[in-house]
Design a protein around this ligand. Structure first.
Ligand code: SME
Length: 155
């Protein structure tokens, strides 16, 4: 079931973004697509790297923190290490930034565009252990597809 959600999402994603020429429109629509396609996701959005900080980009969900330094939070760790960070219980993660006190689990995927850190994709859930290795696998694939499109746009 979960895998099918992602296979449908991947097909829609490709057709949604392949002719998009504006960076912000592309990112905004991707957040809407993910939020609609995946169950039990309370927040999904991009934080984009600017002048050494992660700044809030397009998102779906409640209002969120606008600036995340690279040495803070799950997002900062993902950006710093350029690795996906999967957190089953955010209350046990040292330095977790609670934008929404109802969030209990989280996954953050780094976005590398033209070999440089561009930002991160962040998903929150009010359920504990909402995100699994399957989510990690497909969300990394989604981010890789977006990164390739952004490379074309920003060239
Ligand atoms: N929890 C994140 C902050 C961003 S919000 O979840 C939208 C973190 O610890 O980096």
């Amino acid at each position: 079931m979960k895998k099918n959600n992602y296979l449908n999402l991947l097909m829609t994603l490709t057709s949604l973004i392949e002719n998009e020429t504006n960076e912000l429109s592309l990112l905004a629509n991707v957040t809407a697509l993910i939020k609609t396609a995946l169950p039990q996701v309370s927040w999904v959005g991009f934080y984009l790297l600017k002048d050494g900080n992660l700044l809030l980009g397009p998102f779906q969900g409640k209002v969120a923190c606008t600036v995340i330094p690279l040495n803070k939070g799950v997002c900062g760790q993902s950006a710093r290490t350029e690795q996906t960070v999967l957190v089953k219980n955010v209350h046990l993660f040292p330095g977790h930034i609670a934008c929404d006190s109802a969030a209990n689990s989280e996954i953050v995927i780094p976005m590398i565009v033209s070999k440089k850190l561009y930002g991160v994709l962040d998903l929150d859930s009010t359920s504990f252990s909402r995100f699994t290795k399957t989510d990690k696998f497909y969300l990394e694939e989604i981010v890789a597809i977006i990164a390739r499109e952004l490379e074309k746009i920003t060239k």
